[in-house]
Design a protein around this ligand. Structure first.
Ligand SMILES: NC(=O)C1=CN([C@@H]2O[C@H](COP(=O)(O)OP(=O)(O)OC[C@H]3O[C@@H](n4cnc5c(N)ncnc54)[C@H](OP(=O)(O)O)[C@@H]3O)[C@@H](O)[C@H]2O)C=CC1
Ligand SMILES: N[C@@H](CC=O)C(=O)O
Length: 362
């Protein structure tokens, strides 16, 4: 049995719990050897020697974390998890830098890590390398982070397979943000009447944005994804070395809270409308894109114009589109589909967990 502990059960972690319960209570599948034994948020934690029941997990806020009197303590959490019988995986569903910095300690204690949190792989490259090294032995703990790029889409697994089989990556370009995809697909299209601020509000309410949508609009979320892809492709890049176009209006960059930002964003609808009208007048639409340029050194993220017949202009909803140009795929290999939202992100994490559990059930 693979023991699982979830750190930061919020939107995505909550959806993962729901998917694990639905799977374990469905007659369509054989029972998976995966059991939730721990939950931790920034206030409380609960760890059990025996798996939590589906009934308790279906009301985990009250029955598991709510009824726990134990204050969060990462040291004690790590010690308790490493003393459990059998393999154990920690799933980091936060966007916390501090939690990302725990991965080396978890790995050193033999705990597997699965996460949609981009920080460990896009902050200082020394952390990325340490994690790679600690997870490189076939017998040791693994790290899976498919959901850090493209939510549940098979982006990193595709890139890893290309790299490991000896293909040469030329470039990876695309629309990597569900939020920015939704925004521009709905705001920048011929005949579209939506206000920019309403599109941001919808993306936030739909669970596509980071907790503060400025982390999407300032390009940093896309820059992190470009960094992760670039590093997996072998480049020594970072968010501090990439050109990143920040589209947060200057006056809103320093407002304190995400709520205040959202309240004031309509003041800038006219600015975005003008940008859009200029693009449409030139027969184009606006799309926010990222590029990992392995051979040409022009990696970066920016707002671009695309002609209406370009595949990026035809994107729908919160879809991401990622095009891998390689030696074997001079006409790019394309991955496309919903790139944000709790259910698709949880699916990516769930699939990673199954990969780990399969190591122990052959
Ligand atoms: N939403 C999406 O479509 C996608 C999200 N992701 C990534 O998934 C992750 C989770 O996103 P989402 O679920 O939307 O975010 P939420 O804000 O809904 O959930 C994060 C949770 O983490 C908890 N948390 C924060 N800091 C800490 C800490 N130091 N220790 C323990 N718990 C902490 C918070 O709870 P509390 O403050 O109460 O402790 C919160 O419940 C992020 O890294 C995001 O980038 C990736 C792909 C797509
Ligand atoms: N905020 C992100 C969530 C996934 O990484 C996005 O919009 O793509």
């Amino acid at each position: 049995m693979l023991n699982v502990a979830i750190v930061g059960p919020g939107l995505v972690g909550g959806a993962l719990i729901e998917q694990l319960i639905a799977h374990s209570t469905s007659h369509r599948f054989a029972a998976l050897p995966i059991a939730i034994v721990g939950l931790l948020n920034s206030k409380k934690m609960a760890i059990s020697q025996n798996p939590f029941s589906a009934a308790d997990l279906s009301d985990w806020k009250t029955q598991v974390l709510g009824s726990s009197a134990v204050v969060s303590d990462l040291h004690s959490f790590t010690e308790q998890l490493s003393s459990l019988q059998g393999p154990t995986a920690v799933i980091d569903c936060t966007s916390s830098d501090a939690i990302a910095e725990q991965y080396p300690q978890w790995l050193a204690k033999g705990l597997h890590v699965v996460t949609p949190n981009k920080k460990a792989f896009s902050n200082d490259i020394s952390l990325f390398r340490k994690i790679q090294k600690l997870s490189s032995s076939p017998q040791g703990p693994s790290v899976y982070h498919e959901a850090t790029v493209g939510a549940g889409l098979p982006v990193l697994s595709t890139l890893n397979d290309l790299v490991r089989t000896g293909d040469e990556i030329v470039k990876i370009e695309g629309i990597f943000s569900g939020t920015l995809s939704y925004l521009f697909n709905n705001f920048s299209a011929p005949g579209a009447t939506a206000f920019f601020s309403d599109c941001v509000a919808f993306a936030k309410a739909s669970g596509y944005t980071e907790p503060d949508p400025r982390d999407d609009l300032n390009g940093m979320d896309v820059a992190r994804k470009v960094t992760i892809l670039g590093r997996v492709a072998g480049l020594d890049i970072g968010t501090n070395t990439l050109p990143v176009e920040n589209i947060v209006p200057e006056a809103l960059r320093s407002v304190e809270t995400a709520d205040e930002f959202m309240q004031r964003l309509p003041e800038f609808d006219a600015h975005f409308k003008e940008l859009n009208e200029q693009a449409l007048a030139a027969g184009s639409v606006l799309r926010y894109v990222g590029m990992v340029d392995v051979k040409g050194g022009k990696s970066g993220v920016r707002l671009e114009r695309y002609p209406l017949e370009h595949p990026f202009a035809a994107l729908k909803g919160s879809d991401n589109i990622i095009a891998f140009t390689t030696k074997r795929f001079p006409n790019p290999l394309i991955v496309q589909g919903a790139g944000a939202g709790a259910a698709v992100t949880a699916f990516g994490i769930f699939a990673d967990l199954i990969k780990i559990s399969e190591r122990f059930n052959k």
